[in-house]
Design a protein around this ligand. Structure first.
Ligand SMILES: *Cc1c(COP(=O)(O)O)cnc(C)c1O
Length: 295
């Protein structure tokens, strides 16, 4: 079977008074619409990883994540769709939640592991799959060069020019892929990466490691709202207002923080009049189900 999905990810304009008054145009690339479960950047990252597994005759995907990991869920669904077995090694005590329920429903076997052992993923893989010739290691979050390659294809889908592209940043693979795509297409667009965890400055090196050519980009480290998976009342209010006024679902872990950053930077005159800004909706809305109590 060929590993591919037809990409449906339109660009839509988001109209509101703030951007009108500043003479800015905000657009959003709807990667969340690529697939209901294998959403957004998770599909882009998995595409070449799965192709590699297939070319190496491996039919059992093994990957890693926290109990709310969008990557685990995307891998489970992609494995089911393209005929792989899958195992998810989950950080922490055995639990059940909506994400893990959907992982299991797609046939993923879950192995829970304590936080200490979770740190050494190659060792965990060795421990459980050393004698399994079918097993294929996929790093947490689909991080790495194959993942970045898939993300770089996003740029080939754009038919207009943008002064800025914004993406939320976990491992930095998506940001690196977008930067490589900007270079491949000889664009002058500035990439703005928004790390979703505290002290996000180190993501610069993670991104640079995956670049195919040197590139300049901006990192906005002040939009973590307390750290990974953390929220504040201000962020939740912003998300409610955004969803209710656009009909586009976003969530507090990634896309909410990235969009908040754009609105806040606009208010603080980061952009110049006439700028066209593209926000990447990297998907992940199942994550909302784990955060209902925050609303
Ligand atoms: C995983 C994820 C990210 C982070 O992508 P990286 O490539 O790890 O930086 C961003 N947005 C969403 C919705 C995600 O699920």
């Amino acid at each position: 079977m060929d590993i591919d999905l037809e990409i449906f990810s339109p660009v839509q304009q988001i109209k509101n008074k703030l951007f009108d008054d500043l003479g800015l145009k905000l657009f959003i690339k709807r990667d969340d619409l690529i697939h209901p479960i294998i959403s957004g950047n998770k599909w882009r990252k998995l595409k070449y990883i799965l192709k590699r597994a297939l070319s190496e005759n491996k039919n059992h995907l093994v990957t890693f994540g926290g109990a709310y990991s969008n990557h685990l869920l995307a891998t489970a669904a992609a494995a089911a769709k393209f005929g792989f077995k899958s195992t998810g090694i989950v950080r922490g005590e055995p639990v059940n939640n909506d994400t893990l329920f959907l992982c299991r429903l797609h046939g993923m076997e879950l192995l829970f592991t304590d936080r200490e052992s979770y740190r050494n993923k190659p060792l965990l893989f060795e421990k459980h799959f050393a004698n399994n010739p079918d097993a294929f290691f996929i790093d947490e979050g689909g991080a790495g060069a194959d993942g970045a390659k898939g993300c770089s294809e996003l740029l080939g889908e754009l038919t207009e020019n943008y002064d800025h592209i914004f993406c939320a940043c976990g491992t930095g693979t998506t940001a690196a892929g977008i930067l490589n795509g900007i270079q491949n297409h000889h664009l002058t667009t500035l990439l703005n990466a928004v790390p979703v965890f505290k002290n996000g400055g180190f993501i610069k090196e993670e991104i640079e490691e995956l670049l195919t050519a040197q590139a300049n980009f901006n990192i906005h480290v002040d939009y973590h709202f307390g750290g990974y998976g953390k929220t504040t009342g201000q962020l939740i209010e912003f998300i409610k207002q955004f969803v209710a006024s656009t009909g586009i679902l976003i969530e507090p872990v990634y896309t909410g923080k990235m969009l908040y950053a754009i609105y806040d930077l606009a208010t603080n005159n980061y952009f110049k009049p006439g700028d066209r800004i593209l926000a990447i909706h990297s998907g992940g809305i199942w994550g909302l189900m784990g955060m209902k109590d925050k609303f």
